[in-house]
Design a protein around this ligand. Structure first.
Ligand code: PA5
Length: 434
């Protein structure tokens, strides 16, 4: 289980505060699992984890093998919940530079439809030049502007390179089983499709083909991810503060009520940045509504200690931190000696980089707590595919419980429509003239 340590929040909260919230957390957890709250038609994600390989997962494996063998590059088209999960998973397990040196047999993975930047598009076109590639279009609605534009453009590139039949063999759609423009397009074009169940919202969809197909193409075993999630489903069902989900949901809400309205999630792993982005979307879209919500921000330490560190240490005291740790890897860097010692580092000779990292971590917590910032720490243990599945399920569950504690519907995102409406009006989309 993930070890949630709250010993560094006690300056701001007391044990009686925590215990007094027990009934509230219990009620929120029950509301979620019994499906009695707002948004209860979007609870399908609770039951996605499986120990048995389903037909869908078998097809995901087969498609991934085909893509791995015939593509140098796999382009994942999607935005928000239809993009962040797979990218988070792949970068956390394989590092932000995972594409280096890859090609047919183990394709590079790039993303499209997550931006409207022409520079990004031009860069992608350069990357695809002379390469064999396949695409996955991920969109539950099928009408989201960014991925829809990228889909048109990439389909054209595919068809120009491989012809209509060849392009068809290299196009995969992940969408609603029946509804939506992408479903219709896939049926008419004869693409292989995978399903986002109707009762699973975008940001809770990483344990469907949305996350599992790109992961499988990257060589991550979907069943190992699912095994971790299935175990998490059992482990995190405890109805007491023995449950780390309860601790996390309760503490962040209690801190919020004390004016700590910003949560910064940090990790000392560069590969965690996109996982932070996934978490940020999950909590941001689930909780930020009705004039309430904890603002989720993600940072990477130690780099951001040299940018945000000053603000965290001495800025407005409206923040708390959640720090993520993983076990150190087996392969070590041992710091060497230097006869001149001009950098003054010889006192570290023979020590490992992990040793320094650990001291930076401990030193940072102590400094921030001294500066009046409560710090929740999460010790994740070993970083592997099962852990990834566990983390996804853990945070989704914690988010559902926490949002119900905040008294908001965790499964809608009405505010996202506002920018779209203005954009459509400016673009002259039919129906948006007024
Ligand atoms: O979490 C969500 O529901 C959103 O972030 C969606 O995933 C995102 O807007 C993309 O929507 P769609 O999958 O319909 O293209």
């Amino acid at each position: 289980m993930i070890n949630v340590d709250i010993s560094n929040v006690w300056g701001k909260l007391s044990l009686p505060d925590l215990l007094a919230s027990e009934k509230e957390v219990f009620d929120a957890h029950m509301t979620l699992t019994q499906g009695s709250g707002e948004g209860n038609d979007f609870l399908g994600w609770l039951d996605l984890p499986t120990e048995k390989e389903t037909d869908e997962i078998r097809r995901i494996r087969a498609a991934a093998e085909k893509i791995r063998s015939n593509s140098d590059v796999f382009v994942v088209i999607g935005i928000g919940g239809s993009y962040l999960g797979p990218r988070a998973a792949i970068e956390l397990l394989q590092g932000p530079n995972h594409n280096m040196g890859k090609g047919k047999g183990n394709p590079q993975i790039y993303y499209a439809g997550n931006t409207l930047s022409t520079r990004h598009w031009n860069e992608l076109c350069n990357l695809l030049e002379g390469k064999d590639f396949s695409i996955a279009i991920i969109s539950k609605s099928g009408t989201t502007t960014e991925p829809a534009i990228a889909t048109r453009a990439l389909r054209w590139l595919l068809e120009r390179k491989y012809g209509t039949e060849g392009a068809k063999e290299r196009t995969y759609a992940i969408t609603d089983p029946e509804k939506g423009a992408l479903r219709q397009m896939a049926t008419e074009e004869g693409w292989e499709t995978f399903v986002i169940p109707p009762n699973v919202g975008g940001r809770y969809s990483v344990l469907t083909a949305v996350g599992l197909l790109p992961m499988a193409v990257a060589g991550i075993d979907p069943m190992e991810v699912m095994a971790g999630a299935a175990q998490a489903k059992k482990d995190y069902d405890i109805r007491s503060f023995e449950n780390p989900v309860w601790l996390y949901a309760a503490i962040r809400n209690l801190l919020y009520r004390q004016g700590k309205c910003i949560e910064i999630m940090e990790s000392f792993e560069p590969g965690y940045r996109m996982m932070g982005g996934w978490w940020q979307q999950l909590f941001g879209e689930s909780e930020g509504k009705d004039g309430t919500g904890i603002f989720p921000v993600t940072a990477e330490f130690t780099p951001d200690l040299h940018s945000l560190g000053q603000m965290i240490q001495q800025g407005e005291r409206n923040i708390f931190e959640t720090m993520i740790r993983f076990d150190a890897p087996e392969k070590k860097l041992v710091i060497g000696t230097d006869l001149k010692n001009l950098d003054g580092l010889n006192y570290l000779t023979g020590k490992t980089l992990d040793f320094v990292d650990e001291k930076a971590y401990l030193g940072t917590i102590a400094a921030h707590v001294d500066g009046g910032v409560p710090v929740i720490t999460m010790d994740m243990g070993e970083l592997n595919a099962a852990k990834l599945g566990e983390m996804f399920y853990f945070f989704e569950l914690a988010c559902g419980v926490s949002a119900y504690m905040l008294d908001v519907n965790p499964f809608n995102q009405p505010g996202v429509e506002f920018y779209k409406r203005n954009m459509f009006q400016l673009l002259g989309k039919p129906g948006y003239e007024a």
